[in-house]
Ligand binder design. Structure first.
Ligand code: SF4
Ligand code: SF4
Length: 472
């Protein structure tokens, strides 16, 4: 029985409700009147339900699809402007006791090189990341209570926040580790993490159990209810994601919006981010053995419909996607991207020789951070290294209130420009710097509050003179 408020996974992600929505959307894929009604509601920019969003995703009317894309772009512009937040993953350990069929770190893979970074090695990786210009990391580690216990993760977070190389520092550490207990979530909160990220992979219980035949992750309910426990442990910002390609995309698209609705209803705050990874090739993993792959067109439509359904949730695309694909989805709703990523343990300091591949997935976008930053600016986006909200305590519902107040242009925008200025001063190539300085000058005019604009200009001058870390 579907119950958005229930604490049980099988009730807030009801299989029956999803299947009913799948039938409903299929029947209405050319129902112009219904689609118009949904679009009228969506234009209020307060979100639409999972059922309505699926109707838009399935819509086969060309003119309505044009409207869907147009609206997604408008919502993106309204809430996120042209700012794109930058981050990088940091792989701590690929030891894992789970049996996930789509990940090369699964326990049965005996030929992959296993590695866990020591605190000294973490320092070296973080210095390499700081020297690229990164300020925001997503920590990744497999599930292994012996090799990667919570104490190891906590110690690593402390190490990372403690490293200040030249003008560098990591100002927000997001964490992607296995589902755990309220107590351990509380420890992560106390360690000062930003977002707790956990991908559901698929919301379809039957597929989930097939794809996770062994290990603690095979418990569908424990995994699906993890975000509730994380929030009970005091973590305000949680990040959802499904791995497109594993299961029917319509099912998982509906499931992830239901999950967001559940968190909003039951915990008072929806997810901070939604990631949209697609299955990629890796050691021991051939995406062709999974027959649910989605085309670039469909991927773009999923991003657009998610943008319309959950306007207040940031959306992330990683270097799994190519430059071309990332370019397309940026305007439809993506607000955060990674750049210069290495997806193997220790990969920033010691890139692997080609014959040895222990990356979690093959990267499609291999450009350096500097190249990604320049590319974004040439398309008139503002790459942002901002982490202000987290550091000002604007997390969870306080962050959502800021977003809903539409005052973000007087907060995010100057913060984005100031952190971009830091990047240009400390890390950019001459060419990137040239493009960036012009962009900053132009984009300062976008800040609507004259007082804020003037303060931002002053801070930017001070950054040029060597000061760092201003924020609104
Ligand atoms: Fe382990 Fe995570 Fe890979 Fe599964 S997806 S095998 S839990 S690292
Ligand atoms: Fe994100 Fe807050 Fe910075 Fe805006 S001000 S970019 S919401 S951290």
């Amino acid at each position: 029985m579907y119950d958005v408020m229930s604490s049980k996974a099988e009730e807030f992600i009801s299989d029956e409700e999803i299947r009913d929505c799948l039938d409903y959307a299929k029947k209405n894929k050319t129902n112009g009147e219904l689609i118009d009604q949904i679009l009228t509601k969506a234009k209020e920019m307060k979100g639409i339900t999972h059922r309505e969003a699926l109707v838009l995703l399935d819509c086969e009317l060309e003119d309505k699809n044009e409207e869907i894309y147009k609206l997604a772009k408008e919502i993106k512009q309204e809430f996120y402007g042209n700012r794109i937040v930058m981050f990088a993953p940091l792989y701590l350990s690929n030891y894992c006791i789970n049996g996930c069929e789509y990940c090369p770190y699964h326990a049965k893979n005996k030929h992959i090189r296993r590695k866990k970074l020591s605190q000294e090695e973490i320092k070296a990786e973080v210095i390499a990341l700081q020297d690229m210009g990164h300020k925001r990391l997503a920590l990744e580690a497999g599930e292994d209570p012996k090799n990667n216990p919570i104490e190891y993760i906590l110690e690593s977070i402390k190490t990372i926040y403690g490293i200040h190389h030249k003008n560098g520092d990591i100002r927000r550490v997001n964490v992607n580790i296995a589902a755990t207990t309220v107590e351990e979530y509380r420890m992560l909160k106390d360690a000062g993490i930003g977002t707790y990220i956990l991908f559901q992979e698929t919301y379809n219980k039957e597929s989930y159990e097939k794809l996770h035949p062994t290990g603690p992750k095979s418990d569908y309910a424990y995994h699906t209810e993890a975000m509730d426990r994380a929030m009970d442990g005091g973590i305000d910002d949680v990040g959802l994601g499904v791995l497109y390609g594993l299961n029917n995309y319509r099912y998982d698209f509906t499931g992830i919006i239901m999950h967001a609705e559940h968190l909003e209803a039951a915990k008072g705050c929806g997810p901070h981010t939604i990631s949209v990874p697609r299955l990629r090739r890796a050691d021991d993993i051939d995406p062709d053995t999974f027959d649910n792959g989605i085309s670039d067109d469909l991927f773009a439509k999923i991003v657009a419909c998610l943008r319309i359904a959950v306007p207040y949730t940031g959306m992330i695309v990683s270097t799994r996607e190519s430059k071309e694909c990332r370019e397309r989805v940026l305007e439809l709703g993506i607000s955060q991207i990674s750049g210069g990523s290495k997806t193997s343990v220790g990969g920033y300091v010691s890139p692997e020789p080609e014959e040895e591949n222990s990356a979690q997935f093959d990267v499609s976008d291999n450009r350096t951070l500097d190249e990604v930053v320049k590319w974004l600016m040439e398309m008139d986006y503002v790459p942002s290294f901002c982490t202000a909200c987290y550091r000002e305590g604007r997390t969870g519902d306080r962050f959502m209130s800021l977003l809903k107040s539409k005052q973000i242009v007087n907060c995010c925008h100057p913060n984005a420009l100031m952190t971009l200025k830091e990047y240009l001063e400390d890390y950019a190539s001459l060419e990137t710097k040239e493009v960036g300085e012009k962009l900053i000058e132009k984009e300062l005019e976008v800040v609507t509050n004259p007082k804020v604009r003037q303060i931002a200009k002053d801070y930017i001058d001070q950054i040029h003179e060597g000061k760092r870390d201003f924020r609104f």
